[in-house]
Write a protein that binds this ligand. Structure first.
Ligand code: FES
Length: 101
């Protein structure tokens, strides 16, 4: 396997302990994951970028939360409509400042 350029983590809301609030999932987490996967495929980046669902990141009030490594970019209140802009920024080595925290 080639070394990834970016790994996109999208909160999938799962919690092993405590109450599962499912905030990011309720706010479209699955659709966001799917949108990122479609963008990666459409742009021919499937060897360079991986998209993974995470458990709850403990930042529910900022959800849906998306984290990109190794860039260490944290996005909050992401919607499906933001995914294309985030991918454009990622390819240009930039961030979507209005969504970062
Ligand atoms: S459910 Fe996404 S940060 Fe908690």
């Amino acid at each position: 396997m080639e070394k990834l350029k970016h790994h996109i983590f999208v909160c999938g809301s799962a919690r092993l302990v405590g109450e599962n609030k499912g905030f990011c999932l309720q706010k479209g987490g699955v659709d966001i994951i799917q949108a990122f996967n479609e963008e990666v495929q459409d742009r021919g980046l499937d060897g360079d970028i991986m998209v993974t669902s995470t458990g709850c990141l403990g930042l529910c009030s900022k959800g849906p939360v998306v984290i990109i490594y190794p860039d260490q970019t944290w996005y909050g209140k992401v919607s499906v409509d933001d995914v294309e802009e985030i991918m454009d920024a990622l390819e240009q080595g930039e961030t979507v400042e209005r969504l970062t925290f």
